[in-house]
Design a protein around this ligand. Structure first.
Ligand code: DGT
Length: 243
């Protein structure tokens, strides 16, 4: 079967103010093959969230081209494009409903089994099951107050229940401990070999084992490679590693 989920950035530049505006991304080129995990790391304001926001066309490139499975994303309807992918934003957005409803928001017709499977991968099943009402537990306002890390895991479950071809995690495990984050990554690797994953992170341990890591600095790619390659070739990466 033809594997899906390839992403190509070709000389992509982007400004929130359009052509002639202050560029937030400059001449970005990289390829993410189907099933690969690509990590993105860089200081705050480097452009990481802006970069991934171009993939589902929250914004369109100012210059250059982004292709998903060979097609210029500008030739794909945003709705169809977004059906292929799931994005877990930096800020978790759970609503006041049950845990089940919150996860099903990713795919309204998901069965209870699919919801539970997604929650298991996101390492959320255990703590959900430990509450008296389980998946019927209400989130927020008068309901259980989950921790920041637990909310992030519910958000990841919401993304996984959609069974996307491309998963984008925007610093979505920042409040999850390193050991649990490792378990989530193991589950993702085991899941339907072929999930393309773009992983924005602040800490090196989150991206260390990615197939390739893109180091962004002030809107530019200053390094691209595996952890070992970047440790010998990329000063910015070494600085993040030491910080
Ligand atoms: P983070 O999330 O603090 O680690 O930072 P990054 O690396 O995700 O950076 P990003 O993409 O949020 O911001 C890059 C630059 O773009 C920064 O100078 C702020 C600016 N920017 C971000 N979002 C918007 C927006 O919605 N409108 C405008 N005009 N500028 C934005």
């Amino acid at each position: 079967p033809g594997k899906k989920g390839r992403i190509d950035f070709e000389q992509v530049s982007f400004s929130y103010d359009g052509e002639g505006g202050q560029p937030v991304l400059k001449q970005i080129s990289f390829t993410c093959l189907p099933g690969e995990t690509v990590g993105i790391i860089g200081s705050t304001g480097a452009g990481k969230s802006s970069l991934v926001g171009l993939i589902p066309r929250f914004y369109d490139v100012t210059e250059g081209t982004i292709r998903v499975d060979g097609m210029d994303v500008r030739d794909i309807e945003p709705k169809r494009l977004r059906e292929k992918m799931a994005i877990v934003p930096q800020k978790t957005m759970l609503f006041t409903g049950t845990v089940l409803e919150n996860i099903r928001w990713g795919k309204a017709e998901a069965t209870h089994e699919e919801v539970e499977q997604a929650a298991r991968m996101a390492q959320a099943h255990e703590f959900i099951s430990a509450t008296p009402d389980g998946y019927e537990t209400r989130v927020g306002q008068g309901g259980v107050n989950f921790s920041g890390g637990q909310k992030q895991r519910i958000s990841i479950a919401r993304a996984l229940v959609k069974k996307p071809e491309i998963l984008i995690l925007d610093d979505s495990t920042s409040a999850v401990d390193v050991a649990t984050e490792g378990k989530i990554k193991d589950a993702l690797r085991a899941y339907a070999a072929g999930l393309t994953c773009i992983l924005i992170a602040q800490r090196i341990t989150s991206v260390m084992d990615a197939d390739k890591i893109i180091v962004l600095d002030n809107g530019e790619v200053v390094g691209i490679g595996t952890h070992d390659e970047l440790m010998t070739s990329c000063q910015v990466y070494q600085e993040i590693f030491q910080s």
